[in-house]
Design a protein around this ligand. Structure first.
Ligand SMILES: Nc1ncnc2c1ncn2[C@@H]1O[C@H](COP(=O)(O)OP(=O)(O)OP(=O)(O)O)[C@@H](O)[C@H]1O
Length: 231
């Protein structure tokens, strides 16, 4: 279980997160919604260890993550799929997938066949350069690369951004399948209400660095949430 408790995060003098608390449990998708600039990415970066928190604590599997650098969080089973995907455009699809090996012990460094069952298109494109893939294929590659690490916590920042509807549906199916196995917690930042509602077991809505609404996914009141999101 991930337990974020009362975290504050600053960029210089400007405060991006104010006393944010959020739990994510294995077997569930936790969706974080909100407009641009309200702090969603900052929250994910705090979880992944890319940005230090000034106050509060982050616990994962009952141990603190405060002060633990990103690569060690990766070894503890936390994988982050950043906004904009950040795949390596000049490396092949296969080489991109292998960059996920860094977080694995030597004996476990392989790409499980299952990854190509989840994303068949990648198998056909193993030798293709990452930069030659469509935006949707790059997003699938970014998620696949995270899965190579066999994470127990998967953190995704706006996986639907700029992606065509058919691939959004594919990604939704994969996320649902991963959660349904019960051994992975998924935290997902999203701006699209429909995608979040379809996936969320629990949700939190952010505004100006704070959580202003939260609850179980099936209790999301569309009109209330839509006050705080653009789409
Ligand atoms: N590296 C940074 N340095 C200074 N300020 C930053 C930095 N990154 C983000 N901010 C500011 O922190 C606030 C929260 O940004 P953040 O990216 O977390 O929001 P967001 O909800 O994820 O928005 P988006 O959907 O656009 O990514 C914003 O006011 C932003 O301008």
């Amino acid at each position: 279980m991930l337990q974020v408790q009362d975290i504050d995060l600053f960029y210089g003098a400007s405060q991006a997160l104010r006393k944010i608390s959020l739990n994510a449990v294995k077997g569930e998708v936790t969706c974080v919604l909100g407009r641009n600039g309200v702090g969603k990415t900052s929250l994910l970066r705090a979880i992944a260890g890319q940005q230090a928190v000034k106050a509060g604590s982050i616990l994962w599997e009952d141990e603190t993550l405060n002060g633990v650098p990103p690569h060690q969080r990766a070894r503890r089973g936390i994988a982050f799929v950043p906004q904009g995907r950040e795949i390596f455009p000049l490396l092949s699809v296969e080489e991109n997938l292998r960059t996920g090996y860094a977080a694995l012990p030597r004996g476990q460094r392989r790409v499980e066949a299952e990854i190509f069952e989840l994303f068949p298109v990648l198998k056909e494109m193993l030798g293709r350069r990452g930069g030659d893939l469509s935006g949707g294929q790059q997003q699938q590659l970014a998620i696949a690369r995270a899965l190579v690490m066999r994470p127990r916590l998967l953190v995704l920042d706006e996986p639907t951004e700029g992606i065509q509807p058919s691939i959004i549906k594919d990604i939704e199916r994969v996320i649902r399948l991963l959660a349904s196995r019960g051994d992975m917690a998924i935290v997902l930042v999203e701006q699209y209400f429909d995608f979040a509602r379809d996936l969320a077991d629990s949700y939190a809505v952010m505004d100006r660095g704070e959580i202003v609404l939260s609850g179980r996914g099936d209790e999301m009141v569309e009109a209330d949430v839509r006050r705080y999101i653009a789409v």
